[in-house]
Design a binder for this molecule. Structure first.
Ligand code: NDP
Length: 285
């Protein structure tokens, strides 16, 4: 039976560290923008704000109507960019189809982009000089490090190629000297790749995409998926994969709590950049 890579104890430790850092910095501000009322987004945001406030971060949950215009949204982002009390700005995705997600993300000052999605921050990660990195991949790396899962020379397989999970975790694994393969919906024979994986990260969004016959004995399996079923929340990995893997993240209670902790850590990092305590490489080549 696999060892569980549990999120809550590690996340609690990180949140305590963040609270200390927030105190040292003399307070921090985080603003989230939500367009419309997607129920799942509302739940995620509530958790983020509860955690922020517990860590002493002043957090403001701005709800905008579903039909807000792009001009209004961009004007609000410009205002927050200029606001000295705001260290971090997070636009909850997805946005309604009338809004250009790429343009909205690009409007955020990269130094306040606590989701790490601005092309500047994404580019820095791609170049191997990470600045602000998306929280979920950071949380995955922390869970793997906590269990001392070896990455150097390991075969790592990531299923999923989103900007928020798949691509950034692939880069972080690559920078840890794993040999990385990225699979996606057009991958012809998923099991051919997953069976070779010493580290398997699954970020698909479909229940039981990965079954025990697809997993290498003794591997570490990270299940990022959140799927709402009649029986409750389940991941992308079938529960009996725990019989084959050496390490596995539970769902719930694995990656989810780590994402929140790392968002708070990103907010502290953003504050350090903006206050000149860390050098943000803006304008450098
Ligand atoms: P996206 O929908 O953006 O990406 C899903 C990826 O999975 C795509 O790259 C897609 O391929 C690929 N895919 C879809 N179906 C298959 C399949 N049958 N076989 C192989 N690959 C497939 O999702 P996200 O990356 O945003 O999120 C993934 C999951 O993680 C979701 O359940 C989400 O809720 C969860 N999540 C959890 C977080 C947490 O904190 N625990 C944080 C963020 C997300 P293609 O590119 O070809 O379409």
């Amino acid at each position: 039976m696999a060892t569980l890579m549990e999120g809550p104890p590690l996340a609690a430790r990180i949140r305590t560290e963040v609270a200390d850092e927030v105190r040292e910095l003399g307070g921090l501000g985080l603003v989230t923008l939500q367009v419309g009322e997607d129920p799942a987004s509302t739940i995620y945001l509530r958790r983020k704000h509860e955690a922020a406030q517990e860590a002493g971060i002043a957090s403001d949950d701005r709800k905008l109507p579903q039909d807000v215009s792009e001009t209004e949204l961009l004007a609000l982002i410009a205002e927050l960019n200029a606001d000295g009390a705001v260290d971090g700005i997070l636009v909850q995705l997805p946005l309604p189809p009338h809004l250009d997600e790429a343009r909205v993300v690009r409007a955020i000052d990269p130094v306040k982009d606590v989701d790490g999605l601005h092309p500047f921050n994404a580019g820095q990660l791609y170049l191997g000089r990470p600045t602000i990195v998306p929280a979920t991949p950071l949380g995955i790396m922390a869970l793997l490090a906590e269990q001392r899962v070896p990455l150097e020379g390991a075969e790592a397989v990531v299923i999923g190629r989103s900007d928020i999970v798949g691509k950034p975790i692939a880069h972080l694994l690559l920078q840890s000297n794993a040999t990385v393969t990225i699979c996606h919906s057009r991958t012809a024979d998923l099991a051919r790749y997953t069976l070779e994986a010493d580290v398997l990260v699954v970020a698909v969004g479909s229940a039981e995409v990965v079954t025990p016959d697809m997993v290498k004995q003794g591997s570490a399996v990270v299940d990022v998926g959140i799927n709402r079923t009649e029986g409750g929340i389940v991941g992308d990995v079938a529960p009996d994969v725990a019989d084959v893997a050496a390490f596995i993240t539970p769902v719930p209670g694995g990656v989810g709590p780590m994402t929140i902790a790392m968002l708070l850590r990103n907010t502290v990092k953003a504050a350090r950049y903006r206050r000149g305590l860390l050098a943000f490489p803006r304008g450098e080549r």
